[in-house]
Write a protein that binds this ligand. Structure first.
Ligand SMILES: *Cc1c(COP(=O)(O)O)cnc(C)c1O
Length: 435
């Protein structure tokens, strides 16, 4: 431990704010995984986060798509309070009512048949990858020629564990940890010819995000998703839809693939599933589920009573408050306003997304960094992904006036910064602000 006297002698110590102290402590104590924004949040209310000084921020990121019902939602509060008085954790060796109840709602919502509950997105994807391997083995035992490789897409993001990260596109996530799970090949996004030429019976699954999230809010083309469905059906491989960011109503439907009329064999959900309490789910068809038997897979915490009770409250609230219709309405409005803004500012090169999974692409990463920092000064939180893409994943309870507030701020910033993107010098000191 550090010497207390020595610490107090430090000349700037007295002037240090709570935030500075915390930064110093984290700098010393934590693994250096995150480049946090310099704000200390204490609580949230609706679509707003409130910092240590009581300053309110409009949160258009909602915990990277987790806090779908916003902050301090009474339904979540109530579910946590009530369930915490009964049972928070129960081993998966025993029954509690939560998993079957959530599974019933999720299978009805997604068109899948069975569920496995995990804690996080990456774990839900690991379950999907393991299922695909086990299913291929089962099919081989039934005389079907099916290999063990996975086909994933360029610019994909599936998580940070050794399997999910192997199917994640960016080298910087994979290479420091080589060798990650072998046998993953990548196809160019929306390139049907590339997909057709790379796919074969060597693959046990194709892994897709119907709308790529980290990859820059890129919707898959109908033709591409339909081709992936046809190809997998032709060999018996599984089509896995990662809906961890796009699912649970974010695009105005339970799953983004429902906009395509394509049903995958496996769907993974997580981020907003239990309104901020960690919960992931891997859903699959009856046929795929044949591959898994008792003892093959499991988890200590996954699908615990507290997380399941909150997930039920989230699903009930989405239905009772018609939040998917609301997401469609306010998302359409927001997107139209962004499209208007793009007409006015040449620096906006694209407006993309569906429901409340939206993005604008700017003409340079430097400008995107500047806009992000300027938005933060105006107490609006967004995020930058994929270099020059500004991403909006607000809570489902967002109102048009919040979209107006964001668009007005963007308009002001882009008007004030006409030459910023022409400069080669990063205006934020070259430090990545978001992600
Ligand atoms: C966030 C995300 C994941 C990983 O989820 P974690 O809970 O961080 O493990 C996987 N896939 C997609 C599409 C995501 O957006």
């Amino acid at each position: 431990m550090s010497n207390a006297t020595q610490t107090l002698e430090h000349p700037t110590e007295k002037a240090m704010s709570k935030l500075d102290e915390l930064r110093a402590a984290e700098f010393k104590l934590l693994l250096e995984t995150y480049e946090r924004n310099p704000i200390l949040f204490e609580r949230g209310e609706g679509v707003h986060l409130i910092d240590e000084n009581g300053v309110r921020y409009l949160d258009l990121l909602s915990g990277i798509g987790v806090n779908a019902l916003g902050y301090a939602h009474p339904a979540i509060e109530k579910a946590i309070a009530e369930q915490s008085r009964k049972l928070i954790h129960l081993s998966n060796l025993y029954y509690h009512g939560g998993q079957a109840a959530v599974a019933l709602r999720l299978t009805e919502a997604t068109g899948m048949d069975r569920a496995f509950f995990a804690n996080t997105g990456t774990e839900a994807n690991e379950a999907a990858l393991k299922l695909a391997r086990a299913y291929a083995k089962l099919k081989r035992s039934e005389g079907v020629q099916l290999g063990t490789k996975f086909l994933a897409l360029e610019n994909s993001f599936h998580g940070r564990t050794m399997g999910s990260v192997a199917a994640t596109w960016k080298d910087k996530y994979r290479e420091p940890f080589d060798p990650v799970m072998p046998g993953v090949e990548f196809v160019r996004f929306n390139d049907v010819d590339d997909l057709k030429s790379k796919f074969s019976t060597e693959f046990c699954a194709i892994l897709v995000e119907p709308i790529q999230g980290e990859g820059g809010i890129r919707p898959m083309s109908h033709e591409f998703l339909e081709t992936a469905r046809d190809l997998t059906r032709s060999t018996g491989a599984l089509l896995i839809a990662d809906e961890i960011q796009s699912g649970m109503g974010r695009t105005g439907k339970w799953c983004a693939y429902q906009h395509y009329g394509v049903l995958p064999d496996v769907t993974t959900l997580a981020k907003p599933l239990a309104g901020g309490i960690p919960l992931g789910a891997m859903l699959c068809t009856e046929d795929a589920a044949r591959a898994i038997h008792a003892g093959m897979h499991g988890t200590t915490f996954g699908g615990g009573p507290l997380a399941c009770a909150v997930a039920l409250a989230v699903i009930d609230t989405i239905e009772r408050e018609h939040l998917m219709d609301h997401v469609t309405d306010v998302g359409t409005y927001f997107r139209e306003q962004l499209a208007q803004l793009a007409k006015k500012h040449d620096a906006i090169v694209d407006v993309r997304g569906l429901g409340l999974m939206l993005a604008i692409e700017l003409d340079s990463a430097d400008l995107a960094k500047t806009v992000l920092a300027e938005m933060m000064k105006r107490k609006i939180l967004i995020n930058r992904t994929s270099e020059a893409v500004l991403r909006f994943l607000p809570p489902f309870i967002l109102q048009n006036e919040h979209a107006d507030q964001a668009v007005a701020a963007l308009d002001e910033i882009l008007t004030e910064q006409p030459a910023a993107h022409a400069s080669a010098t990063p205006l934020t000191g070259g430090k990545k602000i978001g992600q």
